[in-house]
Design a protein around this ligand. Sequence first.
Ligand code: ZN
Length: 262
Amino acid sequence: MNTEERIARHTAEQSLADFFNSQVGNLPFYDCPECKNKGGTIVVKYVKSHDDYLPFWRECACMKIRRARQKGMQSGLGGAQENKTFDSYNTADIWQANVKKAAMEYINEPKAWFYIGGQSGAGKTHICTAIAAECLKRGQTVRYMVWREAGTRLKRLVSFKSDDYESEIEKYKNVEVLYIDDLFKSRRRNNELSVTDGDVNLAFEILNYRYNKGSKTIISCELSLNELTEIDEAIAGRIFEKTLKNKYFVYIRKDDTRNYRM
Ligand SMILES: [Zn+2]
């Protein structure tokens, strides 16, 4: 191409690109002024091998945010991930600062588990949600499992010998990062946790699978290691091993001053 042809080709391609780039798209999860919610823009480049100007798709930076938010929606975390962050976690006391430090270190672990037990209302859900949200930000797929609800549903499927059981439990076994909120929590009698064989079997099936696969698992629970061991030694042993023998096994002693819901 001579110079005139080049200018003509470039102008032609660029005006097509400009037209496309001016259009408004309808991608969800984020309002982007850059790509007008199309997810990218067309850029025109000279390609030597073709001796011509050609259009190329350049993905917009907003796609990262969209994917993370979509995963957030699918994770079941919902809006919690927006306000239960590391920044908003209260670290007035040393034990809280230590919990936060362990949680932040845990983020970079590829296969380990994080367990926080003890005192109800001491911010266990907050710190676990912050970890899960950070995993989402890093593009990992997270599933949020509220034991009381998901556990009840799965146990019901087992007792009815439902064909849906396998496909349902699969979601918790195979997800990249699983966050179990309030493991073994169900209806309480006389303030005691009533853990049934069904609970133990279900927890073992999910945790043993993830233990063998080396999948990241975040667990909040009211029980100490001793209490866990009394319920099931195999589960307690796997949790303790995967939390790297107390590096990521946090237990908040029962003490009403630590209950921020009160
Ligand atoms: Zn964009």
